[in-house]
Write a protein that binds this ligand. Structure first.
Ligand code: B12
Ligand code: SF4
Length: 465
């Protein structure tokens, strides 16, 4: 049995629940018989600073330290890795950032990076770590999906069979529940019923789960929902799949199964999906099976921008989808983004007009939404040299901390969300009129959302419609 310490380094925003990707990794290790401890330095009530995390590692003496790296915490992870070098024989990076840039962690003190979905690789790595330094050096190049200082393993990282994976909830004992809620109850996060997205948006960094759409059997999903409800009293399930409705037969089968399960009677759920992947009859079916809210991405109101970013949707799709979701009785959330390099005042004006048109049927818009060029995306590759933001995540000034939104009053939160710090980063050197219009679009969303919250506080229906 190996001792494994999993760390989620500090992020600009606080996390209210253990990160699902880290739960999956921890659950696989536990199922394989390893001892796992998780430190979430981004958790809302986390009290550990970097020094304390190093002391924890020294006390635990792990065979393997594994870090979950996003682009926005890579720099924190690299700093921590240097300080943990003496505390473990095997230092491994995994997550969205190493999946796109696996060599970068190796240059910052890690022994290995895992590319893609990490459930199988981490178990193989833990077994190797137990056997000491020589075995690690010899064995790393044999593990699928691993890049290492001792050589690279065969490609891996896309799981075909999602059904065999241990449920994330089996990892809860490895987390410190007090980091998420003072009463020590771990607040369960959401679920993934499928992985991957068939769409190809040029700004999207979903490289871990990738473009190949794979889904779990209804039995496996129901098993997880029932276990969450029986063991933790959960009866509301946020589904975080990239494209929940992408396959109609599986959607209908899942709705049927949820409705037929007695222990899930009265349960509710939410999901995310592109507006062109859902029909009004699907929405009615979903609402009957407990779907109370749906989140659509459209991003722009301009046909040319939608074409350039390869959204694969038109404003008509989202208009029809939002209306149909509202008619079906769901809370509606619509995502818009601003600041694409091809976007001028005219294009942004069309986006603002579409937001205004949708507003009566939209309960919430996504917060803020200024484009951040994540590595690995087509937008990053096409523009980083011209605009001079190559490797921006390695510059501390580019990844400033945000105030702890969990600790703010409603008024303070509203004020915070009226501004997008990414606009100040000025990745694409916006002209003054474009910058002003982006700021106006961000304010429009914040004020609309505030209006919805105010209506809810007064006991009224969320949307103005
Ligand atoms: C749910 C979610 C969230 C939730 C997380 C809640 C929670 N408690 O889990 C919330 C809403 C908080 C969130 C916030 C943000 N998110 Co988010 N999120 C997601 C989403 C939709 C699903 C994550 C997930 O569970 N995936 C499923 C698992 C299987 O994949 P995974 O998480 O990558 O984990 C696997 C591997 O990475 C690997 N792995 C992970 N950790 C480790 C560790 C080791 C040691 C090893 C070996 C392997 C390994 O194995 C895991 C299991 O297969 C993804 C999109 C996606 N398709 O993944 C975006 C995504 C991760 N988010 C993203 C972003 C950008 C953000 C935000 C910055 C958005 C924003 N602008 O505000 C914030 C940042 C948060 C912060 N605190 O600062 C990007 C990350 C891109 C990047 N390069 O960093 C993604 C990929 C979205 C996208 N399409 O661009 N997010
Ligand atoms: S539809 Fe969403 S998840 Fe899929 S590629 Fe586009 S932005 Fe990414």
């Amino acid at each position: 049995m190996a001792k494994v310490l999993l760390i989620l380094p500090h992020l600009p925003q606080r996390m209210g629940a253990p990160y699902l990707g880290q739960q999956y990794v921890a659950a696989s290790l536990i199922a394989a018989g390893h001892e796992v401890k998780c430190l979430d330095l981004a958790a809302v009530h986390n009290t550990l600073d970097e020094d304390a995390a190093v002391r924890e590692a020294e006390g635990f003496r792990p065979h393997l330290v594994g870090m979950t790296l996003f682009t926005l915490n890579a720099l924190h992870g690299y700093r921590l890795a240097r300080r943990l070098r003496h505390a473990t024989p095997l230092l491994v990076a995994g997550g969205p950032h190493p999946t796109v840039l696996p060599e970068e962690p190796l240059a910052h003190g890690f022994d290995a990076s895992v590319v893609g979905e990490g459930e199988h690789a981490i178990v193989a790595l833990a077994a190797l770590a137990e056997r000491g330094a020589d075995a690690i050096a010899a064995g790393l190049p044999d593990i699928r999906g691993v890049r290492s200082v001792h050589g690279d393993g065969p490609p891996g990282g896309v799981l075909d069979d999602l059904d065999g994976l241990p449920y994330p909830l089996t990892s809860y004992p490895a987390f410190d529940a007090r980091a998420y809620s003072p009463d020590g109850l771990v607040v369960p996060g959401g679920m993934m019923t499928s992985r991957g997205c068939p769409a190809r948006c040029t700004f999207c960094a979903n490289y871990v789960t990738g473009r190949a759409y794979r889904f779990r059997s209804t039995e496996d999903i129901l098993g997880e929902m029932v276990a969450l409800s029986e063991r933790h009293g959960v009866l509301h399930f946020p589904f975080w799949d990239d494209a929940f409705t992408a396959r109609r037969p599986r959607l209908n089968a899942l709705c049927d199964a949820i409705e037929a399960e007695p222990s899930l009677a009265g349960c509710t759920w939410t999901c995310i999906t592109p507006g062109n992947m859902v029909r009004p009859e699907d929405l009615r079916r979903m609402r009957a099976a407990g779907c109370v809210a749906i989140n659509f991405g459209i991003e722009s109101g301009d046909y040319n921008i939608l074409r350039v970013i390869q959204k694969g949707q038109r404003p008509e799709h989202v208009k029809a989808a939002v209306r149909a979701a509202k008619e079906a009785g769901m809370v509606t959330i619509v995502n818009f983004m601003f600041g694409f390099p091809e976007e001028g005042v005219e294009e942004l004006g069309r986006t603002l007009a579409l937001m205004e048109e949708l507003a009566p049927d939209t309960d919430y818009f996504n917060n803020r939404g200024v484009l951040m060029p994540f590595p690995g995306t087509a937008i990053y590759d096409a523009h980083h040299e011209r605009y001079g933001f190559t490797d921006w995540w390695l510059d501390p000034a580019r990844v400033p901390d945000e105030p702890d939104a969990f600790g703010l009053s409603p008024e303070e939160t509203a004020a915070l969300l009226e501004r997008d710090p990414t606009l100040d980063q000025d990745f694409f050197r916006y002209s003054e009129p474009v910058r002003e219009l982006i700021a106006r679009c961000v304010r429009f969303k914040a004020r609309h959302n505030q209006g919805t919250l105010d209506r809810l506080r007064r006991g009224l229906a969320p949307s103005a419609a």
